[in-house]
Design a protein around this ligand. Structure first.
Ligand SMILES: [Zn+2]
Ligand SMILES: [Zn+2]
Length: 113
């Protein structure tokens, strides 16, 4: 499921960090190349899962954290397509949802915040 968590990247476990990062690239590919890409993006935006106005900035935060952890990152991301989900992401809700689902993210969050 495509989802921009938008929580501080430090609290993401390696899997969630790499996963959220990959979803940014997938989402851009879907919107620009998939025949129903815009409808798919509108569906994610309705659920509060994406905000295309934050795509580039959020991608860069995730990429920076990946590099800090020693993962390869050679995939710049640019997006100037149509807007979906502006202001739709509820970070506090995402944070508690993520920490409920993932023990490793929960441990990281407990240590750092
Ligand atoms: Zn990237
Ligand atoms: Zn996690």
């Amino acid at each position: 499921m495509t989802r921009m968590w938008c929580v501080p990247p430090e609290i993401l476990c390696d899997d969630h960090l790499r996963g959220e990062h990959a979803e940014h690239h997938q989402l851009v590919g879907t919107i620009l190349n998939h025949p129903y890409g815009e409808a798919i993006a509108a569906g994610h935006a309705e659920k509060g899962n994406i905000d295309t106005s934050r795509l580039e900035e959020r991608h860069d935060e995730l990429a920076e954290e990946m590099e800090r952890r020693g993962f390869n990152h050679e995939s710049p991301l640019e997006y100037d397509g149509p807007a979906f989900g502006i202001g739709a992401i509820d970070v506090d809700h995402n944070r508690s949802d993520l920490l409920n689902r993932c023990d490793e993210c929960e441990d990281r969050a407990a240590k750092r915040y």
